[in-house]
Design a protein around this ligand. Structure first.
Ligand code: ZN
Length: 88
């Protein structure tokens, strides 16, 4: 019987801590540009065609240790073929 009470107490404390942690995080989320949703709306330039597009719509490519973003898969494929040609 004691174990059941102890378990219930631990569960209650864990619940309170989790609630506090979640709400504390939500309230302390900065609104000055470091918000993840805002970062997704940043416009980036396509290195292949030069067009600007929202970062979240970009097609990612890992290249030379960094991540490149393209406006479309066509541009990404053109960039890959162009770079593989210059390498030889
Ligand atoms: Zn493009």
């Amino acid at each position: 019987m004691f174990r059941l009470i102890a378990f219930a107490l631990i569960a209650y404390v864990a619940y309170r801590l989790a609630r506090k942690w979640i709400f504390g995080r939500t309230r302390s989320t900065p609104v000055n540009g470091t918000d993840p949703d805002r970062i997704d709306d940043v416009m980036v330039q396509d290195p292949q065609c030069g067009a600007y597009f929202p970062r979240r719509d970009g097609v990612a490519l890992r290249h030379a240790g960094g991540d490149l973003l393209f406006c479309s898969r066509d541009c990404r494929d053109r960039f890959i073929s162009a770079n593989s040609n210059t390498g030889k």
